[in-house]
Design a protein around this ligand. Sequence first.
Ligand code: SAH
Ligand code: MG
Length: 906
Amino acid sequence: MVTMKKQPPTPKAIIHQKFGQKACYRVEEVADVAENLCPGLAVPQQTKIKYRCILELPDLTISSGTFTRKKDAEQSAAQIAIDKLGIEANEQIPTPEGAFDELIARLNILFTDEFLLSNHPLVGHFRVAFKREDTLFGLVPISAIAICDSKVNSICKFVDIRAESDPSLLLYLISKAAKASTSLPTSYNGFFIQKQNRMLPEATEVLVSSQGCESKNVQTEAVFIPVDLDEEVKELKIDICEDDYFLDVIANTLKARDSSHILASRTVGKASSEMRFYFTAPECLFSSLAKNEEVSATYFEAVVNKRASYISGQTIYGDAILANVGYTWRSSNLLCEDVSLCTYYRMLLGQLPDGYYKLSREAVLTAELPSSYSRANWRGFLPKDLLFFFCRCHRLPQPIFCVQKVAILEGNDTTSDNTNFLRCEVRILSRSEEPLIICSFPDTYRKESDAIQNSALKVLNWFKVYFRQLDLLENELHSFGIAPEESFKLYPRAILQEFSLWTFVFAKSLCNYSKPNRVLENRVVLSNIEGPDSGVIPSAGSVTSVSYEARLLREGDDGKGYLVEKNEEFEFEVGSGAVIYPLEVCATQLSVDQSAKFTVVPPPRDVILATTRTDPSYLPDTHLENWRLEYEVKVLHVAAPMEERMETAFFSPPLSKQRVEFAVRHINKSHALSLVDFGCGSGSLLDSLLDHNTCLEKLVGVDISIRALTRAAKVLHQKLSKHCAMRECLKSAVLYDGSITDFDARLYNFDIGTCIEVIEHMEEEQAQQFGDIALSKFCPNILIVSTPNYEYNPILQRSSLPNKEEDPEEGEKPGPCRFRNHDHKFEWTRGQFQKWANDLASKHRYSVEFSGVGGSGDEPGFASQIAVFKRGLLREERNNESIGMESFCSPYELLWEWCGNRERGD
Ligand code: SAH
Ligand code: MG
């Protein structure tokens, strides 16, 4: 699969040859601040970036000089290491001819008596060979050598680089070397090598007496992977009787001529395992190899086992068996471990961009790769590690992260320091180190790790989308799945080439699984809701912990079904897409201690199989058409969102309470009789007002979230049915479902309007629109608007909140901070808020005063900033102005109403 021109080896290649994966390169960016930087410019400026490479070897760490290209920095570090360690390049990378001679020499070593006395895994094969009494006495299949001896493997790569990805070529090269050797006869009827010289008696003795090893019957489970993609993968048992040779048994199972015709892939799965794909090389392949002919591509296409090739990264022909069996250095006994269908499907799933995340969270049917990263709320492996794993799985070089500094000015404060923001670019390279994807994102961060994790997550999510669209053509791939502000450079041809096997393997099964099914998701119906309503609900940004069971049920069957996945405690951040959509809907409609069930269409059989560790024999052989998947979910625990926790941890009384008290003061001072709460949410303000003695007669709440309104209705109902401070004077309480950017005449001319911590949840244009409509149409006498003060964030975010890591970098200056809540579309500085409010006030003849709660109000202002608008015109004058036709518009839907002691609505 990989072709390489023969050139003098690069320093990196030499280091790789010597240290392999143990050599770790890390490229650092060194800011080379250009002389001609213009201070105070509000656009990112071209800073020259240079690179330094840190090369870590087992006993040595090297740091290169700085270079303008990363490549050069790496090569330089490698060269320094070579000089320091005195490695001779020519010794390490032989010519193909030299390598071939070396191969012959190595084979001869393997057939010496001394070798037979070692504990090399190959000795196990010899032992069996010498126990045979038939014509195969003493014959060792060449593939056994290819399987067991890593030296032979690496020498072969220098004879022909393609041997790395093609086990049949490996076999061919070894047999050619054996034939070329004067002392190693190969057998005529296959790929066997025989030891020519008679062995020393003691060597024979040791081998045959099998010291320290018992032969016994073993039975192991393996998986059969047919070459035909339409045929299902099956489990199969391998029985190896006493004195049987396991390669013979595999040969029999695959109906190969004999064990010498069996080939094996490199090991797959866990590092220490002996799990490999076994297969038979087609005869004509060997004859073509022998004649040095190219085999036709269409022929290959038909006989390549795509599933096995995809997982192993090598070319595997025909039907294959995945088995974990073999001799190892550790023991002279044959080692066997069962390989189940589950193992196979987990490997396959692990290759998907989000598959490893699901597997690592042990929640294949439930977890989703979140769409956003937050340091405090992320669960499971970090995005960067997932991306490394993904690249390793696809045998791509490690992704390269390049963190750059970007200077951005804050607001219009030109005196403040150009605090450095970080932005991270990610590069994914092909196996031949050509670029596949270069991604840069507009988002900036203060911490390097945040920049890296966020970028890694975005790249993974790009791959996730791409994996759902495997049938893309080259010209469709140029700008596929890229948001306008993101600058992604895709290299379509390289991508298609690199991932060509995806299409075959995933197109049928796993891919469709990740295709979102919105229609269905919108109809999540909860059943069997049980448990008391504790009032503690998972809301966006909170970390929620649930227990769940997922069961497969056949249509019409009302038994318990089959348990496929179960988690006693599973934590996720609500609102970040970290779980399947129906589960999120379910959790957010329950409160702590409540449980409910819902049903979805089951994912493909392959995915189910990756989760069921026990015997899945109840499953039908193909699709799960008449089955459904039922989840039973219980909410165990909810950690409040960051914003709420901060407001409670830093302020006493909590900030939300202070906002209520602020409103109460204005209500009392103005003798207001009617109040409308714009964006009332779950009714926290209305609810608290009921506990205060005010003269309010009419309370109205509006929100666009039915879920929040439903909760508000419950809370208000509860309080009003008990005795509460306000119940005596209150005449009505109403909740409407509607957007506060639309006018509804029923809310015209109230005494007071409140809009507490709402505008930052809308886009800035909508906040503008709300301001205009509120002051020109709703026309309350007083309008109180509160929103977070962005300038206060450093104080909240620097101080140690439980769960927040220490961070020496986060400086003293009011730098860029994250928003307080991930649902916030913006957070304004005092300047921005006051501009918004002053412009509105003068436009609509209101006066405005600024105030706030939380903190003293000195620098940097209050934690929550508040604007109090007062109407300039008298009510009478106002009434003379016509409110026109719009007075009849009432787009809001009544959701709940309380009149005196009667209640209407639901
Ligand atoms: N005022 C409440 C809730 C604040 S959370 C409190 O202080 O507790 C913000 C609320 O604004 C959410 O409930 C959200 O549903 C609501 N919201 C956002 N955009 C809205 C819109 N256009 N119209 C009405 N409500 C909106
Ligand atoms: Mg808010």
